[in-house]
Design a protein around this ligand. Sequence first.
Ligand code: MG
Length: 275
Amino acid sequence: MKRLVALCSLVFADPSLAQGVGYDDTPLIPGQAWRVHDKNRPNPPVVDPGPAPTTIAPAPSDAIVLFDGSSVDAWQHADGSSARWRLIDGRVMQVTPGSGDIQTRDTFGDVQLHLEFATPEKVEGDSQGRGNSGVFFFGIYEIQILDSYNNKTYADGQAASIYGQYPPLVNASRKPGEWQTYDIVFEAPRFDDEGELERPAYVTVLHNGVLVQAHQPLLGATQHRNAPSYQAHEAAGPIKLQDHGNPMRFRNIWVRPLNLDIAIDDDDIDDEDDD
Ligand code: MG
């Protein structure tokens, strides 16, 4: 038992797992002992997710296909202009650095999202400058996309982090150039008529099939070097992909709109008791 405890503390608290890249002058993350992008926050253990699948996961029958290789028509820039990301071989879309983020023309609330990405095979840059993109729900809540294969960066900014809030449970990244998957369940935040937060957003993420975020309550909209907070917004918003200056590739993106307003109130419970 002693050995197990020692082993656990080694895995979860060994300061050598902190990468030393990041900040020590940022605000504390609300409810946590760490600062935003804390340079001393330990990085999660590395897990090998196994080889990339050789076939593309088919979209379920009720999914809305956002990208299947045929066109980028489901996407636009924030000003409404057509997406200027490159379509390659009728198969892949690639960030055109400097063209700007793209977002869905449709808007969504609660969703299940599948997307596949590859960071550039030719490694350039380091930390946040290496293979950076991101998927933003409502355009403001980011799940980080990054080349986190042997790439030092701060824990809350690596691949599959809820950027600036929560590192992933493990680092399940594949090598640069290899296809990787995110499967994400995003539960939209709920606001009351006065704009007060009723229920935070929750996010569950599987990275290459490995659980990395388990129903995490978001602390607010994504911030860089600042503490997150909520501002009321509509019940649906676009899904955004980030142009962070790296020629990232994407394929096979689909979404299943959900309604996770599962009302449980005392009446329901009483009814159950009576049966
Ligand atoms: Mg990013």
